[in-house]
Write a protein that binds this ligand. Structure first.
Ligand SMILES: N[C@@H](CCC(=O)N[C@@H](CS)C(=O)NCC(=O)O)C(=O)O
Length: 201
């Protein structure tokens, strides 16, 4: 199978690359620079209609949405153990945290990022930040509790869920620092060679 990842360091494409590295898959990278407008070319918009990262081209066919790609890879290489199989009782927990990561966790985290660092001053709505921070801290409390006495989210085994959650947690070391279980979780994740390879340009 030919896999081509459209990638830029510091974007959600890192989730996909992290899993590709964990899986020890053969894949190629197409480097994209969103700041230079690479996402707005007709060629790129044909792959992703919103011009976003990531895209994974699989035997010539483009797939987007980082969570969907991570799940597809984990399922496709099920024998590598990054997701429980569809018949496993653990699959419910897996689905639950995959969606939790993409919604409850990512939404407030992204709002804070957008309105504090990304949008121009005249467009950013600073009043959103305290509300989003309150929501993020609520979600971090849930995750910290979930990780009590465990190293990883599902079945205490590293997997796709940890990539989905860990990638977002690593945006906010200052908030994570208030939660002991999340702090050691993030330290463990950052020590993974595949995580470190996923950031390289
Ligand atoms: N839900 C999407 C979000 C993708 C997304 O927003 N990607 C950002 C980079 S992290 C992007 O491409 N932003 C440029 C844009 O929206 O024009 C996913 O997880 O793949």
């Amino acid at each position: 199978m030919e896999l081509i990842l459209y990638y830029q360091s510091g974007t959600r494409s890192q989730r996909v690359r992290w899993l590709l590295e964990e899986l020890e898959c053969d894949y190629k990278i197409e480097y994209i620079d969103l700041f230079k407008g690479d996402g707005n070319t007709p060629e790129y918009l044909a792959l992703h209609p919103l011009g976003q990262l990531p895209v994974l081209k699989i035997d010539g066919s483009a797939m987007f949405e980082s969570g969907a790609i991570v799940q597809w890879l984990a399922d496709t290489y099920l024998d590598k153990g990054f997701a429980p199989g569809i018949d496993s009782p653990l699959r419910r927990e897996f689905n639950q945290w995959m969606y939790f990561a993409a919604t409850n966790l990512e939404l407030p985290a992204w709002e804070i990022m957008l309105h504090s660092n990304i949008l121009p001053e005249d467009v950013a709505v600073k009043d959103i930040i305290p509300f989003a921070t309150k929501n993020l801290l609520k979600v971090l409390t849930v995750l910290d509790e979930q990780l009590k006495g465990k190293n990883y989210m599902v079945d205490n085994k590293f997997g796709a869920v940890d990539i989905m959650i860990g990638y977002i947690l690593l945006w906010y070391p200052e908030h994570v620092a208030a939660f002991p279980n999340l702090t050691s979780y993030c330290q463990n994740l950052q020590q993974r060679p595949a995580y470190n390879r996923s950031k390289q340009n």
